[in-house]
Write a protein that binds this ligand. Structure first.
Ligand SMILES: Cc1cc2nc3c(=O)[nH]c(=O)nc-3n(C[C@H](O)[C@H](O)[C@H](O)COP(=O)(O)OP(=O)(O)OC[C@H]3O[C@@H](n4cnc5c(N)ncnc54)[C@H](O)[C@@H]3O)c2cc1C
Length: 413
């Protein structure tokens, strides 16, 4: 009998998995189930051009409808999976329909974390196209915007709101922006970028409540007594992974659905990929959790191949970018694992830093306006190269040259 592979979650990872498993030779039925009404689309524009463009830009779809038709992928959109039964190999949809599967992929991603303070529901959140449209509409009349949270999304919204002419305040609880994704030096660069562009960026601030005023505006009240009036409050305080289906089905999770290097979960025949997954990485340990575009794509592709029986171990080097005030900042590897950072270039809008372990192994590169250094740095990370801090600090010594040294060696060839 013809097999069925079901994918729950029609986002970036789910969409790529569907297309890939067909291309990799799976000849059975493919069903892609999505809670959102849309076929898979790109989220990065949501905090950037969708907020800033004079006319709302066209949605960036990953694949045309004809692609799904040609590859015979059944799209079930606007309908969420309510539960899965791994013993009976069935998924039950919220509308009551049941679908039997031979293999199942969980690509359920995450949702924006709500702001957990009194009145927190007054802060708009950003994850979906509809969220972005709601923020875009409110930005139209907003003179004062307060962004709570200086992570990537909060800062991109702040930059977009400035581009729309609003006075923008960013309130961050930690002592620096982008604390999860860049080093202290990278954070200082980002903070400088925002301040140079007129953002009132305040760190170490605990938001206590959002209060509605008689005129419909809001006031963001802080624990230290400071108060920030706003026409629009947006919170970018992180993402919560959509784990409920996996947890209820008894599939192993640890702040992510646990998978092996072939995207297989603890349940036979069940796979997971993208933002929702916690996966092992040969360089970065047993439980990596990423929230980035390239990982969602490549992990989805890896799952599609695995589900078609053609997988190979997943070992992509983490990478993400962010665009703020016309500066394209890219981060390869994991700066958070570094013992120290060597800054090569700090001349805004340019910035290049290399992140090293205690034994001088390169584990990350952060670069603005220097994509070549990101490519060279990625090669160093992948090769597990050590590097000499003095040479790294000298921008006259190209990273590409350092990358040519022998395995584990340092210095240019
Ligand atoms: C505003 C924004 C800007 C970003 N910008 C960048 C950037 O500049 N650079 C970068 O590297 N990354 C960026 N990212 C991150 C990147 O977009 C994500 O990592 C990527 O979208 C994750 O894809 P995913 O498929 O794993 O999860 P998701 O995109 O979350 O997709 C999961 C899908 O599953 C659906 N779903 C969940 N539960 C169910 C269910 N029970 N039944 C059916 N469907 C379900 C959800 O509705 C969703 O559509 C950005 C993200 C956002 C939100």
């Amino acid at each position: 009998m013809r097999e069925t592979n079901v994918i729950v979650g029609a986002g970036q990872a789910g969409g790529w998995a569907a297309v890939t498993m067909r291309q990799a030779g799976f000849g059975g039925r493919i069903v892609l189930i999505g809670a959102e009404a849309h076929r898979p689309y790109e989220r990065p524009p949501l905090s950037k051009s969708v907020l800033t463009a004079a006319v709302e830009p066209a949605v960036s779809w990953f694949h045309d409808p004809s692609r799904y038709l040609d590859l015979q992928i059944d799209l079930l959109l606007g309908t969420a999976a309510a539960s899965i039964d791994v013993a009976a190999r069935r998924v039950v949809l919220r509308d009551g329909r049941e679908i039997a599967w031979d293999r199942l992929l969980l690509a359920t991603g995450g949702r924006a974390r709500p702001l957990a303070v009194p009145g927190g529901e007054r802060a708009l959140l950003l994850r979906t196209l509809e969220d972005a449209r709601a923020i875009r509409a409110r930005l139209d009349g907003a003179r004062r915007v307060v962004c709570i949270g200086a992570g990537v999304i909060g800062l991109e919204i702040a930059a977009s709101a400035r581009a729309r002419g609003a006075a923008v305040t960013v309130l961050e609880a930690a002592d620096r922006p982008m604390g999860r994704s860049v080093s202290a030096e990278g954070a200082a660069f980002v903070a400088g970028l925002h301040r140079a562009n007129g953002v009132d960026l305040r760190c170490g601030v605990a938001v206590a409540a959002i209060e509605r005023q008689g005129d419909g505006s809001e006031v963001v009240a802080c624990a230290d007594g400071a108060a920030f009036p706003a026409d629009l409050v947006v919170a970018g305080v992180g993402m919560e992974r959509n784990l409920a289906l996996a947890e209820a089905a008894g599939i192993a999770t640890d702040r992510g659905v646990l998978v092996d290097e072939h995207t297989r979960t603890s349940a036979e025949g069940v796979f997971a990929a993208g933002d929702v997954a916690a996966f092992p990485h040969p360089l970065f340990g047993p439980r990596l959790r990423l929230e980035s575009w390239r990982h969602a794509q490549n992990h989805g592709i890896a799952a599609g191949q695995a589900m078609a029986g053609a997988g190979k171990p997943y070992d992509d080097i983490p990478w993400f970018w962010t665009d703020q005030f016309g500066v394209n900042l890219q981060v390869a590897g994991l700066p958070a694992l570094a013992a120290r950072t060597v800054v090569r270039v700090d001349a805004p809008p340019a910035f290049v830093a290399v992140h090293l372990t205690a034994d001088d192994r390169v584990v990350g590169v952060t670069a603005a306006g220097a994509p070549r250094d990101i490519r060279a740095g990625t090669a160093l990370i992948r090769a597990g190269r050590t590097a000499d801090a003095a040479q790294l600090a000298d921008p006259a010594v190209p990273l590409q040259k350092l990358g040519q040294s022998g395995p584990g060696g340092s210095g240019p060839a």
